[in-house]
Write a protein that binds this ligand. Structure first.
Ligand code: XIL
Length: 350
């Protein structure tokens, strides 16, 4: 039996994994219980799963994860109350079923905005009220920052933004606080939060919102990263910047792709991946966890976006970008058979 990851880091931060409900059973369930102290839903707590039609809430799949966390005394992250992806279209249609996007009449725009924010409040109220005693960390807003600079603040011009402007972010946090209570931990979550341009936009947004009294407690750094990018220094800078604002940091969707960008997908099975690549990955994991431990008073949770290399969203990405429509990625510290990889040994030994 290999030593549990969660024990090794228990004085520093909880160790999490993203899961689909079917992974709670069988071998993946065993690995989950042994090595992880925290879980998050990979998909089933997103708006499209929870409220596919207006007023028709579906908590069945989400409940399975909540119950597992309860039963095994694990922390629970909630992902996510708002996002531009995996959100049903009805949110953005007026009462006549017309799209709210591109509305030019100012009065109608005002009405649309009001209706959208009302729906947002209703969604958050219903979800938060149900799960508030179980959830330790809420992803309230996901991916609000753009990759380029579409506007002065660098905000992503998604459906929410086009209809309600920055008020969608404020309303989301205020409603989450109202129903989750003062002790709830509320996060703004994003990817590439280490990259200078994006972290600066995120920092400025969060700082302005905090100055206005918007209740944000922490930043979630997705951390979908590569073997050589981004740099440890950029990560350190980012975590320190947000800590200096008085915020917590969580590493929320960690995976270390074996490919660069765009992913070549050059290996079609796990066994084709050269040892040398897995060695580089182990070194990368070593550097990452050394940084997380160095900053452990500023980082409360480290969550992998999966359990083992047999189930990762990066496989789709690798296949989509490769020439032959195939490709296998291997971002975790457990291999497709749940056996420990070199990266695991880097994490478990001092
Ligand atoms: C991904 C899931 O892993 C996939 O199964 C799904 O098809 C798409 O979403 N950033 C996020 C996560 O915040 O919700 C995404 O999860 C990965 C990128």
């Amino acid at each position: 039996h290999v030593a549990p990851l969660k024990n090794k880091y228990k004085e520093s931060f909880s160790i999490g994994a993203a899961v689909e409900p079917f992974q709670l059973e069988g071998k993946s369930g065993e690995v989950l219980k042994r090595h992880y102290s925290s879980i998050v839903a990979e998909n089933v707590m997103k708006p499209i799963s929870i409220q596919p039609e207006e007023g028709e809430f579906n908590f069945e799949e989400a409940d399975k994860i909540v119950e597992f966390a309860r039963e095994h005394d694990m922390d629970l992250r909630f992902h996510t109350l708002t996002w531009h992806s995996q959100v049903p279209d009805w949110f953005f249609q007026d009462e006549d079923g017309n799209s709210m996007l591109n509305e030019e009449d100012p009065q109608k725009r005002e009405e649309n905005k009001e209706l959208l924010l009302e729906r947002l409040e209703n969604h958050i109220k219903t979800v938060v009220t149900r799960y508030k005693d179980d959830v330790d960390a809420w992803d309230v807003v996901n991916e609000a920052i753009a990759d380029g600079q579409p506007n002065e603040r660098g905000l992503r011009e998604n459906q929410w933004y086009q209809i309600a402007g920055v008020d969608y972010i404020k309303t989301a946090f205020e409603t989450a606080r109202k129903y989750a209570g003062e002790d709830a931990m509320l996060y703004i979550n994003d990817y590439n939060t280490e990259v200078e341009s994006k972290r600066t936009n995120l920092y400025n947004l969060v700082k302005d919102l905090l100055d206005e009294g918007v209740p944000i407690d922490g930043v979630g750094h997705q951390s979908h990263i590569q073997l050589g990018w981004p740099s440890i220094d950029d990560m350190r800078t980012s975590y320190n910047m947000f800590a200096d604002l008085g915020l917590d940091n969580q590493i929320t969707e960690l995976d270390v792709s074996i490919y660069g960008w765009p992913p070549s997908g050059e290996y079609n099975t796990y066994d084709e991946i050269p040892e040398e690549v897995l060695e580089q990955q182990a070194d990368r994991y070593n550097d990452l966890f050394n940084l997380y431990e160095e900053l452990d008073d500023k980082i409360s949770n480290v969550t992998f976006w999966g359990i083992a290399d047999n189930h990762t969203w990066l496989d789709n990405r690798a296949a989509n970008y490769s020439d032959d429509g195939k490709g296998k990625d291997a971002p975790f510290v457990f291999d497709p058979d749940y056996k420990v990889k070199r990266a695991y040994w880097e994490l478990i030994t001092d």
